[in-house]
Design a binder for this molecule. Structure first.
Ligand SMILES: [Zn+2]
Length: 259
């Protein structure tokens, strides 16, 4: 019975469809109707072309905006006034001329696009820009990218706020008189809470304690499989997560000739 019903429905629908198409053939068979149909066709074609052009230029604009959002320059005056006497001081091992200002786009933990700013040594500015473009393309989540000067150049405050930052004239934590690679702008810390510094019992920032378990991979963590690790390693950077005496999971640094 069911099968018969289906057959009946199929026949009914096909009859209806044939009826429709033969009707439209009848309509377009007169000469006047043919001309009208052609006119309508060419009009809709023009419309389609116009729409296509708009779409292409919009896409191009978006693409250009994305490219413009990954830039590096020498330090603008406005930036110098923000960092002079804060993260940079006269005693710093690099001059203001040795540093670059990098602007990037990134995907936040909120899955939204954000603009970030970094200061790095000018010799690594191009590759840092490329790396952050790769992280953006792969949608690697980063919570914040602000200059450490917004935290009064205090690394603990910056880490507690899960801020990603690079240049900062400072000593290595717990090693008086020994300058950190951040003092040269050749080191960067990414998502400090998800990638804490671990030495024995000491975890920094303390709020990152949950993330000393590196097997339970969560948002923003750097692992050997992550795009973040690969992007830096490919360009010859060292990862603090591979050190033996301590682990600094947030930290990448590059050895360059500083003379
Ligand atoms: Zn670091």
């Amino acid at each position: 019975m069911k099968f018969n019903k289906i057959i009946f429905l199929v026949v009914l629908v096909s009859t209806f469809l044939v009826g429709c198409s033969s009707n439209s053939i009848e309509k377009t068979e007169t000469e006047t109707n043919m001309i009208q149909a052609n006119m309508a066709d060419s009009q809709s074609l023009e419309k389609e072309e116009a729409i296509e052009i708009v779409v292409v230029s919009e896409e191009k604009e978006v693409l250009e905006d994305v490219i413009d959002s990954f830039t590096y320059t020498s330090l603008p005056e406005m930036v110098i006034s923000r960092i002079d006497g804060v993260s940079w001081k006269k005693e710093a091992p690099v001059g203001l001329d040795d540093l670059s200002y990098v602007k990037v786009l990134y995907w936040g933990f909120d899955d939204e696009e954000h603009t970030g700013e970094l200061i790095v040594h000018k010799d690594v500015a191009e590759e840092i820009t490329e790396i952050f473009k790769e992280l953006y393309d792969a949608r690697f989540p980063i919570e914040k990218i602000r200059l450490i000067d917004e935290y009064d150049a205090n690394d603990d405050l910056s880490m507690d706020d899960n801020n990603t930052s690079a240049f900062c004239f400072r000593e290595i934590a717990g090693q008086k008189g020994k300058l950190s690679k951040h003092s040269y702008g050749i080191a960067i810390d990414i998502n400090p809470i998800q990638n804490p510094y671990v030495k024995g019992d000491k975890v920094s920032p303390i709020v990152g304690k949950d993330y000393t378990d590196r097997k339970n991979i969560r948002k923003g963590m750097i692992t050997k499989e992550s795009v973040c690790y690969k992007a830096f390693k490919e360009r010859g950077w060292t990862w603090g997560g591979e050190w033996n005496t301590l682990k600094d999971y947030q930290h990448f640094q590059k050895q360059i000739d500083l003379n």
